[in-house]
Write a protein that binds this ligand. Structure first.
Ligand code: ADE
Length: 297
């Protein structure tokens, strides 16, 4: 009994002295300190909002090592031969910003890619199609007047300069996504009108803390911001990256048309859409070997 108690005390002491951040996560046995990771070669950060979007990528990793930092799961490993850290943000802009800031602080990624699903605002886009965001904006940030919302960025806390309404994606990451789009194999979409190959387009993504299930709102987002797709995290990730001068790109596969049937469509197409987006990201990461993405600092 005494020996058992001594063991527990020793374990607690070792944990305190080593500064453990929390239990090693269930899915992966080994724990790696984030600081240890930061000292080695730069990694590519990959983030996603829903667990399933992230699990698809975690399952593709070789040498996976997981840990939790402030309750957020990060898994390091190799994807298509490149060192990556994969993080699950949770839903919404605040969760996304917290996870991005933690990833930046603890892993110092050379670039960040966001993967996930989105609602289509552009009527040409259907579930399974992918939008690579050339630029991304909040659709709910600005000044609300009787004429409607005047979009306006907030001040960057690092330099006091007002952020742009649209955060531009990194040019080299966009080129890599384009190259990857030419060679990735995506799931065929079975529709009532027959089978359809998904298309991959560059476009405008908008972000807000609302799940959009309204044709009228889509019309507004298209008319006022030129939006192709809507989601709930991308601009927050982009803002953190923009402010910290980290190259980023947001990649989203359409899961619904952000209309009255959005919730049902999301449930139907979610897995296929999450896989399409993750597959494009994996393909893209495989192309990094020949390209050195320059950090803007
Ligand atoms: N993500 C997937 N579909 C969405 C929608 N309709 N609105 C906001 N975020 C989404």
């Amino acid at each position: 009994m005494m020996v058992w108690k001594l063991g527990v005390v020793l374990a607690v002491l070792v944990c305190l002295l080593c500064g453990c951040q929390g239990p090693a996560i269930q899915r992966f046995g080994h724990e790696l300190t984030a600081e240890g990771q930061a000292k080695s070669q730069p990694v590519t950060g990959i983030l996603g909002a829903f667990e399933q979007e992230i699990v698809i990528l975690e399952d593709k990793l070789t040498e996976p090592r997981g840990q939790k930092i402030e309750g957020i799961r990060f898994v390091t490993g190799k994807l298509s031969g490149r060192r990556v850290v994969v993080g699950w943000t949770g839903i919404g802009t605040v969760n996304a910003a917290v996870a991005t800031a933690l990833m930046v602080e603890h892993f110092k990624p050379g670039e960040i890619i966001f993967t996930g699903v989105a609602g289509a605002v552009n009527p040409q886009l259907l579930p399974g199609d992918i939008v690579v965001a050339e630029k991304i904006a909040y659709h709910d940030m600005g000044v609300l007047t009787t004429e409607g919302l005047l979009y306006k960025g907030v001040k960057n806390r690092l330099d006091g300069i007002e952020n742009p309404v649209f955060f531009p994606a990194d040019e080299q990451l966009l080129k890599l996504a384009e190259k990857a789009a030419g060679q990735v194999k995506l799931g065929i979409l079975r529709t009532s009108e027959g089978d359809r190959s998904p298309k991959i387009v560059k476009g405008v993504i908008v972000t807000g803390d609302t799940f959009i299930a309204s044709k009228d709102k889509c019309a507004e987002l298209r008319a006022k911001l030129g939006a192709d797709a809507v989601e709930m995290e991308g601009a927050a990730v982009a803002q953190v990256c923009y402010q910290r001068e980290i190259p980023f790109v947001v990649i989203r596969c359409i899961s619904d048309k952000a209309d009255a049937s959005a919730k049902e469509d999301l449930a139907t197409f979610y897995v296929m859409s999450a896989e399409n987006s993750a597959n494009l990201v994996a393909e893209m990461v495989g192309l990094f070997e020949d390209t050195k993405i320059k950090n803007k600092k």
